[in-house]
Design a protein around this ligand. Structure first.
Ligand code: TRP
Length: 362
């Protein structure tokens, strides 16, 4: 069986460096390696609505932002099918069938949902759609029989739940669907990039992000404010690497070539860390280097974004074409699903004949 790659993002804002190191960078590599039968990247607007039901315009506005981010990092619509979740009604249908294969208690145990519930304040109570979104996410993955899902660590419980649902489906109805595997970033620090303020995660709601579309000036200002080591008061003081956002970002981004280009005093990050811990290396020097490294990475992304921004109707056309392609795949899978579930009444000549005979002989 071939390799089918699928992943996606909620359209609740522009994408940031956490998305980039956690998944986007890997997607582009996977795309360019070409070792797959099919690759899908989609905008999860239905999922975004599960906690934004009263703010559909936010979702609507951010579809194009996420699409521009995708194209600007180098996802190529001739290689990857880019689509919008809600444009594939089969996903909602599959979600309904999956609902019967999951218990309320199992959903309550999902650690990602637990964390998100703690972070959100659902005044009117938790929407059923939010509570059940892991089921909808399982349908997102299963509709195309995805084998491989490049995503961050926070998506692991979602993948586990998807595998359980698929297993249950196949056990009851026969082998139709495929159990996917998550593909985590290989670099440890990329599993979960901390926010600029030192909190555990870069996240729009915490306001601690560097966005892919930030200008060079914005990147500079943000990095200058980044959290480092509160005990490192004077340059001579020994510094700490643990929890130091600037050094963590360098772990995620800096290459030895960057040192040759921007900071030839050191060969690599190990030497920098060693000096920093010993004392005598100031935060500002590290920050200046990080600004150079980030802007070098982000500049081609910004330039590509600007090109696509000049032809927004074309970006929507790309999403429309991708959605049509995805829908064909979904229709095929749902046909198999209905057949396996024995709810394909009108296609089932045997059924009609058997029922007819039953009543003729009555
Ligand atoms: N839950 C993901 C996020 O919060 C988005 C998503 C929805 C997704 N469906 C998916 C990711 C399927 C991977 C596979 O960003």
């Amino acid at each position: 069986m071939g390799k089918i790659i699928l992943t996606g993002d909620r359209p609740t804002g522009r994408l940031h460096l956490g998305h980039y190191v956690g998944s986007l960078r890997r997607r582009v590599e996977l795309q360019n390696e070409g070792d797959y039968d099919k690759m899908f990247v989609f905008i999860a607007d239905i999922q975004a609505l599960t906690d934004n039901a009263d703010n559909p315009d936010k979702v609507r506005q951010n579809i194009i932002e996420v699409a521009l981010d995708y194209l600007s990092v180098g996802l190529d619509p001739s290689k990857v099918t880019l689509f919008i979740q809600s444009m594939i009604p089969e996903l909602s249908e599959l979600t309904m069938y999956f609902m019967n294969l999951v218990s309320v208690a199992r959903l309550q145990r999902n650690p990602t949902v637990k964390t998100e519930l703690a972070m959100r304040n659902f005044g009117q109570g938790v929407p059923v759609g939010f509570f059940t979104y892991p089921i909808s996410q399982a349908a997102d993955i299963a509709f195309c029989k995805a084998t491989t899902v490049p995503a961050g660590e926070d998506q692991e419980p979602m993948l586990e739940q998807c595998r359980e649902i698929v297993r249950r489906f196949n056990t009851i109805y026969g082998d139709v669907l495929v159990e996917p595997q998550i593909m985590l970033p290989t670099n440890k620090v990329c599993l979960r990039l901390p926010g600029l303020d030192g909190s555990a995660k870069m996240s729009k709601s915490l306001g601690n992000c560097i966005y892919l579309s930030d200008t060079a000036k914005e990147v500079e200002q943000k990095v200058k404010m980044a959290y480092t080591d509160p005990l490192h008061l004077r340059v001579e003081d020994p510094g700490h690497v643990e929890g130091n956002v600037v050094l963590t970002y360098l772990d995620a981004f800096a290459t030895d070539e960057d040192f040759v280009e921007f900071w030839p005093d050191y060969k690599n990050l190990e030497e920098v860390k060693e000096h920093y811990c010993r004392g005598g290396l100031g935060d500002m020097k590290c920050k200046k280097f990080l600004i150079n490294v980030l802007n070098k990475r982000l500049e081609p992304i910004r330039l590509r974004r600007r090109e696509f921004e000049k032809d927004i109707p074309e970006v929507y056309a790309i999403l429309k074409k991708g959605s049509e392609e995805a829908r064909e795949v979904a229709a095929k899978t749902l046909h198999e699903v209905r057949e396996a579930m024995r709810i394909n009444y009108f296609d089932d000549a045997e059924l009609i004949k058997a029922q007819a005979e039953k009543y003729l002989n009555a």
